[in-house]
Design a protein around this ligand. Structure first.
Ligand SMILES: CC(C)(COP(=O)(O)OP(=O)(O)OC[C@H]1O[C@@H](n2cnc3c(N)ncnc32)[C@H](O)[C@@H]1OP(=O)(O)O)[C@@H](O)C(=O)NCCC(=O)NCCS
Length: 226
C-alpha cells in the first residue's frame, strides 16, 4: 500500500484525463514536461498512435484531480552483442548457458516523471519509488502475454536521476561514460547511430572526457521471481 495505490486512479494517459485534471508541470525537465502534455510536439499521444509506447499515469481521486506521476513503456531488447567480450561474459553469468543470446527481452522505460508538488519535499511518501515498484509489478505479472527479463532505461545523466534508479535497484550496463560511448561508436561507427551518439553527448570542446547525456541502466526482473 502507498500513496499511489491508496489515493490515486491509474490509467492510460489520454486527452480526456488531462482535461479532467488541474494543470500540472514537471519543472525539472521541460522536454519531459512537454512529452506528458497534449498539443505539444512529439508527445505521448504521437507515440501511442504509432504504437511505439504507451503512457500510464496516476492522478488523485479528488473531485478536481491532480496529476501525480506518469511513465511510458515500450517493448524493447537488451543487446549484448555490442558489449566487449569481457563485459558480455560477465553479463552472461546470470543466464544459463543454453539460454544465452545476443539480445534479451526487455521493457524500455521511455519517459518517467513525478510532477511538481509530489516530490520527496512535498509529501511524506516517496511517490517515485512507489511508481517504480508498480512498474516492476506490471512487468512480471504472471498473466502477461509476453515475457520480459529486464527493465531498461536511458537515464538522464544527472546525479539525482542516476541516484533514483540506483536506489531502485538499477545498474549500469557500461561501467563509465567513456565505455558506453566507445561501445556505441564501435557498434555503428559512421552510420546513422553516430548522429544519435553526438546528440547524446556533450562534446564540449574543452571537456577532457565526453559525458553521455543519458546512461543505459537495467534492472534484472529475475530478482523478483517468487
Ligand atoms: C527522477 C524522479 C522520478 C526522482 O524522484 P525522487 O528521487 O523520488 O524525488 P524528487 O522528485 O524529489 O527528486 C530528488 C531530487 O532530484 C532532483 N531532480 C530530479 N530530476 C531532475 C532532473 N531531471 N534534473 C535536475 N534535477 C532533478 C530534484 O530537484 C530533487 O532535488 P532536491 O532534493 O535538491 O530538491 C523525479 O525527480 C522526476 O520526476 N524528475 C523529473 C523527470 C526526470 O528527470 N525523469 C527521469 C528521466 S530518465
Amino acid at each position: 500500500m502507498g500513496y499511489l495505490l491508496d489515493k490515486c486512479h491509474f490509467g492510460i494517459l489520454t486527452s480526456e484525463i488531462i482535461d479532467q485534471c488541474q494543470p500540472y508541470r514537471c519543472s525539472k525537465d521541460p522536454d519531459i514536461d512537454s512529452f506528458f502534455h497534449k498539443d505539444t510536439k512529439d508527445n505521448f499521444s504521437d507515440y501511442r498512435s504509432e504504437m511505439m509506447g504507451y503512457t500510464h499515469c496516476f492522478y488523485t481521486e479528488e473531485e478536481s484531480p491532480r496529476m501525480v506521476c506518469a511513465f511510458s513503456l515500450s517493448n524493447s531488447a537488451l543487446r549484448t552483442d555490442t558489449l566487449s567480450k569481457r563485459k558480455r561474459n560477465k553479463f552472461n553469468k546470470s543466464i544459463p548457458n543454453t539460454k544465452r543470446r545476443s539480445q534479451y527481452p526487455a521493457i524500455l522505460i521511455g519517459q518517467l516523471c513525478v510532477f511538481d508538488g509530489f516530490g520527496h519535499h512535498s509529501i511524506d511518501e516517496n511517490v517515485g519509488d512507489e511508481m517504480m515498484d508498480l512498474i516492476k509489478t506490471m512487468a512480471i505479472k504472471p498473466d502477461n502475454d509476453c515475457a520480459t527479463r529486464y527493465l531498461v532505461v536511458d537515464a538522464l545523466n544527472t546525479p539525482n536521476v542516476l541516484e533514483y534508479y540506483k536506489r531502485n535497484g538499477f545498474e549500469f550496463l557500461f561501467e563509465s561514460d567513456e565505455e558506453e560511448l566507445q561501445c556505441l561508436r564501435s557498434y555503428d561507427a559512421g552510420k546513422s547511430l553516430f548522429r544519435k551518439i553526438q546528440e547524446r553527448c556533450h562534446l564540449a570542446e574543452k571537456q577532457e572526457a565526453p559525458a553521455c547525456r543519458t546512461r543505459l541502466m537495467l534492472f534484472d526482473l529475475i530478482l523478483l521471481r517468487q
